[in-house]
Design a protein around this ligand. Structure first.
Ligand SMILES: N[C@H](CCC[C@H](N)C(=O)O)C(=O)O
Length: 288
């Protein structure tokens, strides 16, 4: 291909959108026509997410056809690993699907781990998680660290999460979040699949402050939606907060609501703002 021939190049370009939810940012591509069929999506995500040599993002998502929902969402972390679900990613892809005419404002989409609902109201997007059992939350676990024992809580809310209460999230240095996050995330004796690490401060009875080290991005991100959800429900099961819970992330405010009913955690909703940053075209050399 002659690089000077822009028409030839344009024919082979693929559109993308860049969006973020509270600073957790994503590249979104449409694969309903299967243009991406046969391509190594993990390797492509890894390349595109590089903030120095490509567009940069915490993850990449592809909208795919679904027989059971308005569309299906495939999510890949910045390191190329495929995640079952991503809360902020889901909020962004729902708005993308609505604005592109792929789904109505009240929609249903399939993630790797099951069906989700979403409601788009302008920039604000809610994602409805499937009900969970109280027993899905493993509370008050003991972790033997080199400098003594610590308590943590574990739950799979879309993806695996641990919750660690701290007195003040702002007092933690970036190095601490990263070093503790990494040590826990890679402790395969306890978390064979790896885990996301949420450091959580109870701000008041309806408010948490949170910092998250994300598996697959392998650093602290500005916000993690499923982490905020896991942390809010965990805090409520421990009697520390009540729904609705405002979760202050480094990149903005998320809202988590749910209902505790007998053994169930129902009507789990993660809401927050989204931003459409850019739309454009990927050049073929980004995936060839
Ligand atoms: N940022 C995401 C979580 C991505 C999942 C990923 N870190 C994994 O564990 O595979 C969220 O808003 O829920």
């Amino acid at each position: 291909m002659n690089p000077g021939n822009s028409i030839e190049i344009m024919k082979r370009c693929i559109p993308f959108a860049k969006m973020h939810g509270c600073g957790n940012d994503f590249l979104i591509m449409d694969n309903r026509q299967e243009e991406w069929e046969g391509k190594e999506l993990g390797a492509i995500a890894r390349r595109l997410c590089n903030r120095e040599t490509a567009l940069g993002a915490d993850g990449c998502m592809w909208v795919e056809k679904s027989d059971v929902a308005d569309f299906s969402m495939r999510y890949f972390n910045a390191d190329g690993s495929e995640g079952e679900m991503c809360g902020n990613g889901a909020r962004c892809i729902a708005r993308y699907a609505f604005e592109k005419g792929i789904a109505p404002a009240a929609m249903r989409f399939a993630a790797k781990d099951g069906l989700y609902h979403s409601l788009v109201e302008g920039r604000w997007v809610d994602v409805y998680f499937p009900a969970m059992d109280r027993a899905d939350f493993f509370l008050n676990r003991r972790y033997e660290a080199m400098d003594g024992a610590r308590q943590y809580h574990f739950a799979v809310v879309g993806v695996p999460h641990t919750v660690w209460f701290v007195a003040d999230t702002e007092e933690m240095s970036d190095e601490q979040v990263s070093a503790w996050g990494k040590a826990i995330r890679y402790d395969h004796s306890i978390f064979p699949d790896g885990v996301n690490v949420n450091f959580v401060q109870i701000a008041d009875e309806n408010k948490l402050k949170i910092r998250t080290y994300e598996r697959g991005v392998e650093r602290e991100t500005l916000a993690c939606g499923s982490g905020a959800t896991a942390s809010a429900i965990t805090s409520s099961l421990l009697g520390l907060v009540a729904s609705p819970v405002t979760v202050l992330t480094r990149g903005g405010e998320l809202r988590v609501s749910f209902r505790l009913e007998n053994n169930l955690v129902r009507d789990i909703v993660l809401g927050g703002p989204t931003r459409w940053v850019a739309s454009g075209y990927l050049l073929p050399e980004m995936w060839m």
